[in-house]
Structures are given as C-alpha cells and as structure tokens.
Design a binder for this molecule. Structure first.
Ligand SMILES: [Zn+2]
Length: 193
C-alpha cells in the first residue's frame, strides 16, 4: 500500500497516477457530476494512447438522470474509450496500467462534500485479480442490441446472480401497439464465476 487519502488529498494522488499512466485507466465511478469538470483535462491522457474505460450508474438513477449529469456524461464519452452503464452500480475503484489500484468509498467523478477514504495499492497480481473479479474485460465489450442494433447497452444482474446486457434505447422498447420488454442477453463470463 502506498497511500491512504481522504477526500481532500485523494485528487492530488489520483492526478499524479493518471499523469504517469501509459496504457490503461479503468474506473468504477457510480455518479457523474460537477467534479468531473476538473478531471476532464486529466482524462486527456486518452490522447497519449491510455485506454480509458469507465463504468457508471445507469440513467434510471434519479441523480444520474438529471440534465447536468447527462451533459457531463456526454463530455465523459467524448474523452473515454468506453463508458458502460451498470444498474445500481456502487463500486468505487480505479485501476491504472493493471498495476495500481485505488479503492475505497470515494465517488471519483462526483465527490463534492462527504468524508471519504481511498487506499492506493501497487501490485500487478492484485490489480489483475480485481479486474477479473469485476469482469472488466467482458463487461467493457457490450454487444449491439439484437433488436434495434443500437449501442445503448447497459449491464444488469438478475436476482439469481446472472449478469445480462440490456438495451435501454427508448425507441427499442416502443412498438406501434405500445411498450415491449427491453432486449436482453445473458452475459457469458469467461472466468467461470
Ligand atoms: Zn435495442
């Protein structure tokens, strides 16, 4: 472990880590709010070839649904390689270059006033084990919708624990005769969990 940060110190540590990133930045950050404005310049690391993949909470969430959040999510999509919505997501993780893990209670893209703690830990084995646990590689490759062929795909998990893709495009759920259940497809996990 290299750092323990509270909500004040975290962003200095985080910016330093992103500036040194050379290959990849994985983020699990449920909400997108004003905080992201100060981070967007750092996320320009994508211009240097750093692959940025972000999991955020889906739009059925009341905060995430707000116009400001939607506009900031559009800004995020403009810089990140992949942004995947996940229903009722609550993990708070950053993994840099599959070697550095930042993990704790802080919502990296939305923190504003609450007390938090984040640990920074180094180690490729731990970093990869965490990525595998979160099914990062599989979840970052959503399929096209089997009905509307669109790319508005989110991740959900059923009560039985099964993960599935779900199309959230509004037109896809509307037929001439009314609403129809959204298109879904079970996610095939490679790591056997
Ligand atoms: Zn669809």
């Amino acid at each position: 472990m290299t750092d323990v940060d509270d909500e004040r110190d975290f962003y200095g540590t985080f910016s330093g880590e992103i500036r040194q990133a050379r290959q990849s930045l994985w983020l699990w950050a449920p909400w997108v709010a004003n905080r992201i404005r100060s981070l967007l310049p750092e996320l320009r690391a994508a211009d240097r070839g750093v692959q940025i993949k972000v999991f955020i909470r889906d739009d059925t969430d009341q905060l995430q649904r707000k116009d400001t959040s939607q506009s900031l999510i559009a800004d995020l999509r403009a810089v990140a390689h992949t942004v995947i919505p996940m229903h009722v997501m609550h993990q708070k993780i950053a993994v840099i270059d599959e070697r550095t893990v930042m993990l704790g209670s802080l919502n990296v893209l939305s923190q504003s006033w609450t007390r938090e703690v984040m640990l920074t830990m180094r180690g490729a084995y731990f970093a990869r084990k965490l990525l595998a646990h979160e099914h990062a590689e599989t979840f970052a490759r959503p399929p096209r919708c089997g009905r509307c062929k669109g790319a508005e795909i989110e991740i959900r998990r059923g009560k039985n624990g099964t993960w599935y893709w779900r199309c959230y495009a509004a037109p896809c759920k509307t037929t001439p005769s009314g609403r129809t259940p959204p298109w879904t497809q079970d996610i095939r996990l490679t790591s056997g969990r």
